[in-house]
Design a protein around this ligand. Structure first.
Ligand SMILES: [Zn+2]
Ligand SMILES: [Zn+2]
Length: 135
């Protein structure tokens, strides 16, 4: 029997190191178990273009873990990431700064606990058939 590929979600992110530069990248998340999301890869936008409009925008909830093979932010190599509690967007984090500037909305914010939900575009491994995850 063929094994099913885990659902894949792409989430637009930005590098927080120099917020003014708005350096973007895309996180690839895999749901390896129900409501267990793994950040598997960061993709540079100019290397692989992801057409976010082709796939439905969905909200994913659960626990978010970072794969041990995750290579970090393609711009500054930070291995962690955060979600802005003002605009909800995602950006890289070096794991030490207690106060950061969101590279999406430029608000200064204190680092808070865990990410519980994210919005991204869903597709399966073949990239052909979008699935509906939230019903
Ligand atoms: Zn970065
Ligand atoms: Zn923000």
């Amino acid at each position: 029997m063929k094994q099913q590929q885990p659902p894949i979600v792409f989430i637009a992110a930005r590098c927080q190191e120099s917020p003014q530069k708005r350096r973007g990248f895309t996180l690839r998340l895999e749901e390896r178990q129900r409501n267990q999301w793994w950040v598997a890869e960061a993709i540079l936008l100019n290397r692989e273009t992801i057409n976010h409009s082709t796939y439905p925008l969905i909200e994913i909830v659960g626990n978010f873990e970072i794969d041990p093979h995750y290579g970090g932010c393609p711009h500054c190599e930070s291995l962690d990431f955060l979600q802005c509690d003002s605009c909800g967007r995602v950006f890289c984090w070096n794991g030490t700064q207690p106060v950061v500037t969101c590279p999406w909305c430029y608000r200064k914010l204190e680092v808070r606990a865990f990410i519980e939900r994210l919005a991204g575009t869903l597709r399966n491994e073949s990239g052909k058939k979008p699935q509906t995850l939230l019903q």
